[in-house]
Design a binder for this molecule. Structure first.
Ligand code: AMP
Length: 286
């Protein structure tokens, strides 16, 4: 049975004991409402370590005032069963009160990467992410941490943070898992009604269409962006926040001929969805 740990002190003790026994610890941070995307991370991580810790923490500091923190899906009992079936050894589920004690004011932030793309629409989001992941690293003391390609900018930011702050942690990025109809799995998909769900499919359709152009030799980033945009714009009930062909390492605008990642954010009703596709590059594990 997967052990559930809620206190920071108990998690620290467990991490120290594992390390003292020479065990390699993997950490997979999540906000719960687990789906196959999370479970695939767990399976990949489990092979790279002796013990897999998944954290479940709906992190208040990465939500803005007007966002869905209050209604974000929470179901610990279901999550615990799924985590156990997917190879998790420990679930770390801390409280916000313990993670952010009274007068908490210290944050971790990538100065530039957190301001572009998603950061233009969610200016405080990535600071919340880098701060909570740093806190989790200090408590769980993992040797390896795993994140999903689905949140591409997040993975670039966390890789940079690990490097810049000299966290002694190997980073793995696992591929995006999709529903049978191509929609990238997300806990927020639960907000979509059937009609909105159809509209949301245009995101992956657009990305696949750009991939088709790329495979046929198209290398102009503007043309590739345009392809994604026109597929989404032709669909009712979905608004584009951005479609950008970016350099996969720096997230700067992609130059013609470089590998690129096309990152997309769009809104279907009140639900914000993101997705991406890598063209001419593979995700690198480390
Ligand atoms: P979240 O619970 O949404 O914060 O996600 C926790 C981790 O799971 C992050 O590293 C995400 O990038 C990853 N993740 C979320 N959805 C997917 C997916 N569809 N495929 C792969 N990884 C995912």
């Amino acid at each position: 049975v997967t052990g559930i740990i809620t206190s920071i002190a108990a998690m620290r003790r467990e991490a120290e004991a594992l390390r003292a026994r020479g065990q390699r610890i993997a950490l997979a941070p999540t906000m719960g409402a687990l789906h196959e995307g999370h479970l695939s991370l767990f399976r990949v991580a489990r092979r790279r370590a002796d013990v897999l810790v998944a954290s479940i923490f709906v992190n208040p500091t990465q939500f803005a005032e007007n966002e869905d923190f209050g209604r974000y899906p929470r179901n610990l009992r279901r999550d615990a069963a799924l985590a156990e079936q997917s190879g998790c050894d420990l679930l770390f589920c801390p409280s916000a009160a313990e993670m952010y004690p009274h007068m908490h004011e210290t944050t971790v932030m990538t100065d530039n990467l957190s301001r572009i793309l998603e950061g233009e629409h969610r200016p405080t989001h990535f600071r919340g992410v880098t701060t909570v992941v740093s806190i989790l690293f200090n408590i769980v003391k993992p040797h390896v941490a795993i994140f999903g390609q689905k949140d591409f900018q997040q993975s670039v930011i966390l890789r940079r943070m690990i490097r810049d702050l000299h966290f002694d942690i190997e980073m793995i990025v696992a591929p995006t898992i999709r529903e049978a109809d191509g929609l990238a799995m997300s806990s927020r998909n639960a907000y979509l009604d059937p009609q909105q769900r159809l509209a949301a499919l245009s995101i992956n359709r657009g990305l696949q269409s750009a991939r088709g152009l790329y495979e046929a030799g198209e290398r102009n980033p503007a043309v590739l962006e345009n392809e994604v945009e026109s597929v989404i714009l032709a669909t009712e009930g979905i608004e584009i926040d951005y479609v950008r062909a970016s350099n996969p390492e720096t997230l700067a605008p992609s130059k013609e001929g470089e590998p690129c990642v096309i990152v997309v954010a769009a809104r279907v009703g009140a639900t914000r969805l993101i997705d991406n596709i890598l063209l001419g590059a593979e995700i690198e594990a480390s």
